[in-house]
Design a protein around this ligand. Structure first.
Ligand code: SF4
Ligand code: SF4
Ligand code: SF4
Length: 256
């Protein structure tokens, strides 16, 4: 964190302690500064409730489950993810800025509903579709999307049986984008592209220890839980999911 940011963060902390700004405004201002809540060590009581979600021991065969009734759209998850991967992919730019396009989790705001878009690790069904690969993996012409087994990962980034994109092999959005196409058409948009080289990005579940889950200040909004069903169950096109959520939450159509 730069000196300027540190100074601004301590001013904000004082304002919050005095009650001059609300908790939500405090989080929003941190986000605007490009600082995640977890980085300033605030709200540890609520953020750390639910040991299972926050444990730093990498976990295998877990998934991220999102609760739209608890999400406030504060973007802390996206800041934490972008910060982490920007430091890996573009360390020079990461020294004094954060670009949310590096994030693999995308909070999206629809009218009345916040919806977090993230790869759901959906799988094709072998007996019906011929393979149990992830759809994006199955259509990638260069084999750039792959599963990184436990033991061969990069600590904190990949491994434990989660996916990653090999940046050397990926042809990029300018030349390919097939993974994005298949994901968007059927399951939402778990693939994004970095803003520098346009290479595909997918959630690696941080190799089993997700930063976004740790950064979320709203208890239960993001949970890291054992995978019980094919990710297809959770994978939806964001706009459609927002409509459905609205209907479930308010028992009526948005009427737009
Ligand atoms: S949700 Fe999209 S990115 Fe994730 S596994 Fe499925 S097709 Fe691939
Ligand atoms: S954009 Fe990259 S990861 Fe996606 S299908 Fe093409 S080569 Fe594979
Ligand atoms: S688990 Fe890691 S890679 Fe996936 S969205 Fe969260 S911070 Fe990003």
């Amino acid at each position: 964190m730069t000196d300027f940011k540190q100074e601004r963060v301590s001013e904000l902390k004082q304002e919050y302690a005095k009650g001059a700004i609300s908790r939500r405004d405090f989080i929003r201002m941190l986000t605007a500064l490009g600082v995640s809540v977890s980085a300033v060590g605030m709200f540890s009581d609520s953020a750390l409730a639910g040991e299972q979600d926050k444990a730093s021991e990498p976990r295998e065969n877990y998934t991220i489950v999102f609760d739209p009734t608890k999400c406030t759209g504060c973007l802390s998850c996206a800041v934490a993810c972008a910060d982490k991967f920007m430091q890996e992919i573009a360390p020079e730019q990461a020294k004094d800025s954060i670009n949310l396009e590096f994030s693999r989790i995308r909070p999206m705001r629809f009218q009345f509903v916040d919806f977090v878009n993230i790869c759901q690790y959906c799988e094709l069904i072998k007996w019906a579709e011929g393979t149990s690969q992830h759809p994006c993996q199955a259509v990638c012409p260069t084999g750039a999307i792959r599963t990184v087994e436990q033991g061969e990962g990069k600590e904190g980034y990949t491994g434990m049986g989660y996916m990653t994109v090999d940046r050397e092999k990926c042809l990029g959005i300018q030349n390919c984008g097939r993974c994005l196409e298949v994901c968007e058409e059927q399951f939402g948009s778990g693939i994004s592209f970095d803003p520098i080289e346009g290479k595909a990005q997918v959630c690696t579940r941080c190799g089993g220890d997700p930063e976004c889950v740790k950064a979320c200040p709203e208890e239960g909004a993001l949970k890291f839980m054992p995978t019980l069903v094919n990710g297809r169950y959770y994978a939806n096109q964001p706009e459609e999911a927002a409509e459905l959520l609205y209907k479930k939450m308010y028992n009526k159509n948005r009427g737009l």
